[in-house]
Design a protein around this ligand. Structure first.
Ligand SMILES: Nc1ncnc2c1ncn2[C@@H]1O[C@H](COP(=O)(O)OP(=O)(O)OP(=O)(O)O)[C@@H](O)[C@H]1O
Ligand SMILES: [Mg+2]
Length: 255
């Protein structure tokens, strides 16, 4: 299994980036893959989702980007075996300003990740809903981008902005950056629009779109308030089953 660094990105908010990072990561760890989730969002949703409070954590992605801490120092275990986390802090929202004109400011994360190369099967970077310096750091450090896409009107329009950014990053920072795939999230089978969007997205993006679709499921949204991945909170819920299926498809593509 190759060491793989992957960004979960979509500048649109609330499309399932964090839920996918948490549950794909947990499902892979359940089949003995080692996973590191890096919370690169000042909202800290990935950290909270693993039950890590600000008092539990010592060093964060803010310290890694701004204060010269190493990823290795900032890594902490979670309640999921085989899955570690680099937590985030609200301070991260000012990282862009604080890094100012510093040379290599876009390469902070890449430089740091190089030091742990090969230590995990998968490193997943949970990006904020913006194409800012944080997301650029993630894209510069990644081998690929996994894009959660909510099945709704304008889904494809929002995607074109992300694709443009990916193209720019390829031209300047990271020529080998790939699109890992696109996963449809919060899908409502009873809704005609969801189905139409699916058809549309598959026609336009073909094989990039995973077969597995993540349905809208209340367990997925409840789980973070218990500090647990849905797969641990209720492994029989339709959302958890979908993420386990998704992990299997994802791993098949990555062998
Ligand atoms: N399949 C789903 N079914 C029901 N609720 C979901 C599903 N996926 C995510 N949610 C809920 O929707 C909200 C947004 O999801 P999530 O935080 O994963 O999106 P995000 O893209 O990371 O958001 P942000 O852009 O703010 O970081 C959360 O409250 C989450 O619990
Ligand atoms: Mg998020």
């Amino acid at each position: 299994m190759p060491y793989k660094v992957m960004s979960l990105a979509n500048q649109k908010g609330g499309v399932g980036k964090t839920t996918t990072a948490i549950n794909l990561g947990t499902a892979m760890s359940a089949v003995s893959k080692t996973v590191l989730v890096i919370d690169l969002d000042p909202q800290r949703n990935a950290s909270t989702g693993f039950g890590i409070s600000t008092t539990d954590q010592k060093l964060t992605t803010y310290d890694v980007l701004v204060n010269g801490a190493s990823i290795e120092e900032a890594v902490m275990p979670t309640n999921v075996p085989n899955l570690n986390l680099v937590p985030s802090s609200v301070d991260l929202s000012s990282a862009e300003l604080e890094l100012g004109e510093e040379p290599r400011r876009i390469l902070k994360l890449r430089d740091n990740l190089q030091k742990i190369e090969g230590k995990y099967d998968f490193v997943m970077i949970d990006c904020p809903p913006s194409l800012n310096l944080l997301t650029l750091n993630a894209l510069a450090a990644s081998r690929s981008v996994l894009v959660p896409l909510q099945a709704e009107f304008f889904a494809l329009e929002g995607l074109s902005q992300l694709m443009l950014t990916i193209r720019k990053v390829r031209q300047s920072l990271n020529p080998k950056l790939k699109i890992e795939g696109i996963v449809l999230t919060m899908f409502d089978r009873r809704n005609n629009l969801s189905q139409q969007v699916e058809t549309d997205v598959r026609e336009n993006l073909g094989n990039l779109v995973y077969k597995t679709i993540i349905p809208r499921n209340v367990r997925l949204s409840e789980a973070p308030s218990f500090g647990l991945p849905a797969i641990l909170y209720d492994h029989r819920s339709t959302g958890s089953i979908a993420y386990q299926k998704f992990a299997a498809e994802f791993l098949r593509r990555n062998t």
